[in-house]
Design a protein. Structure first.
Length: 212
């Protein structure tokens, strides 16, 4: 008779950090500025709309919101990457408007290290979906297509519910999408942004040093 002397443990290795934090409501100045940017002009993508202004955080009326995002970026970087000689900063930033029934195609953000989404307006069933970048490798051998339960180890994608005044940060290489919310009755509005770093990357002795 086999006996288990210790309780078995399943460890999760190489996790992907997705950071979620809530902010206080936008003030009247911020709300008015976002309305003005949308009214200034949006261009249609395949399934949604994006502001013509792709540097909205350069606007002084949004400086407090930008500062909040930068503070949370710093926490995210310190906890997940733990660098010593780099400073991360926001590059481009823009507004997304997704009407009821619309979606965002599956994509990632090139020329960026960490990407973020701050939600201005959402509905109850809104979410963001992330795709496992190793799904094709994992499915070279398909054991079962009718799983009884989805979990963080066997799921090819994972959804997080999103709500108003919430910020989500994630690695820019992580593929993501927004599926249509057929129950929505109002527009979903969000601010997306990309980031890059200043400082010293790599190591001189390893011959991969880069000073930006």
């Amino acid at each position: 008779m086999n006996r288990i002397q210790n309780n078995p443990v399943i460890n999760s290795i190489f996790p992907t950090p997705v950071y979620i934090v809530k902010r206080d409501s936008l003030d009247s100045t911020e709300e008015k500025e976002i309305e003005d940017i949308i009214e200034e002009g949006m261009h249609r993508n395949r399934h949604n709309s994006t502001s013509n202004n792709s540097y909205i955080f350069n606007n002084d009326n949004l400086k407090n919101l930008k500062q909040f995002c930068e503070q949370q970026l710093k926490i995210y970087v310190e906890k997940s990457i733990t660098p010593t000689e780099v400073d991360i900063y926001i590059t481009q930033s823009w507004i997304n408007v997704t009407r009821p029934g619309e979606n965002h195609h599956s994509h990632y953000h090139p020329n960026s290290i960490i990407s973020g989404v701050f939600y201005i307006s959402t509905e109850e069933d809104d979410n963001i979906m992330f795709m496992d970048p190793n799904d094709k490798l994992k499915n070279q051998i398909v054991i079962d297509t009718t799983l009884e339960e989805w979990n963080i180890w066997n799921s090819p994608n994972w959804c997080f519910p999103v709500s108003k005044n919430e910020l989500i940060l994630f690695p820019s290489w992580l593929q993501h999408t927004v599926e249509p919310n057929d129950k929505a009755t109002t527009d979903r509005i969000s601010i997306s942004f990309n980031t890059f770093v200043r400082g010293k990357l790599g190591e001189k002795n390893h011959l991969n040093e880069l000073i930006i």
